[in-house]
Design a protein around this ligand. Structure first.
Ligand code: 5RP
Length: 265
């Protein structure tokens, strides 16, 4: 355990350590993007280098691809893999149905394609990502650069008839230096406050010319692993209808998440 981890990183790492236990030898694994997913990639790197694990990784961003390679994980493209056994990724928000808002790191398009190509999606999160109603986190929508202002205007018009609390739409990075995704697109962040009907909103947004994909992940996530800063984890499997509570595993000696009371799940 790195000694100077912040509480939030301890929580993210705890979730990642538990999720890594789902990865089996020979699997083709989708590798998510963001700080939580980075903990997962680092742990899988340890397992590959030190524990004889053999996997093929499909990264959801160039950033994750670089980290995976540096960690010694064999990286292939989604076209080479075609179908994945498992994807493990972070999230910006999740609700009781395991509907997600993703794209805070700007990788929602590849993340959604990879998740959809996977037999199973496991989301790893700290406790702050759990919400009653989605929408406090601005919903990222990936749009092509051509005519993005027209696309924004159409989105704003569409939002008038949607069950949302706010309607501000902002180009990520601003017009002077817009954020550019790995696919060469821009991100519009929709400040909605509350999303009353995520399924309807996701469908309507994707009908708008210029919209490539939205950050609502619906019926994609099977399992969420939530980590806390003291190393506790809660694992919810939406298909099995089960909830597991325990402690994150403690790979390596001296791990601060070792369970002194023997409560590990
Ligand atoms: C990237 C994502 C990330 O998974 C999401 O933003 C969470 O990031 P972090 O783990 O750093 O909190 O969707 O596009």
């Amino acid at each position: 355990m790195p000694p100077d981890l912040s509480p939030i990183d301890r929580a993210k790492r705890a979730a990642a350590l538990r999720a890594a236990e789902f990865v089996e030898d020979g699997m083709r694994v989708g590798l998510g993007t963001g700080s939580t997913a980075a903990w997962l990639v680092r742990r899988l790197g340890e397992m590959v280098r030190g524990e004889g694990l053999t996997i093929l990784g499909v990264p959801t961003s160039e950033q994750t691809a670089a980290l995976a390679r540096a960690e010694g994980i064999e990286v292939i493209t989604l076209d080479e893999a075609q179908r994945l056994d498992l994807t493990i990724d972070g999230t910006d928000e999740f609700d009781a149905e395991l509907t997600l808002i993703k794209g805070g790191g700007g990788a929602l398009l590849r993340e959604k394609i990879v998740a959809a190509a996977s037999d199973r999606m496991i989301v790893i999160a700290d406790t702050g990502k759990k919400v009653e109603t989605l929408g406090a986190f601005p919903l990222p929508v990936e749009v092509i650069p051509f005519g993005w202002r027209s696309t924004r205007a159409l989105i704003e018009e569409t939002l008038i008839s949607m069950d949302v609390a706010g309607r501000e739409v902002a180009l990520r990075g601003g017009a002077e230096a817009p954020f550019v995704t790995d696919e060469g697109n821009h991100i519009l962040d929709l400040h909605l406050g509350r999303i009353g009907n995520p399924r309807q909103l996701a469908m309507v947004l994707n009908q708008i010319p210029g919209v490539v994909e939205n950050g609502l992940f619906i019926d994609l996530c099977d399992v969420v692993v939530v980590g806390a800063e003291d190393g506790r984890i809660e694992l919810r499997d939406i298909n099995a209808g089960t909830v597991e509570r325990g402690f994150a595993p403690a790979p390596g000696a001296g791990n601060l998440f070792a369970d002194p009371e023997g409560k590990s799940a």
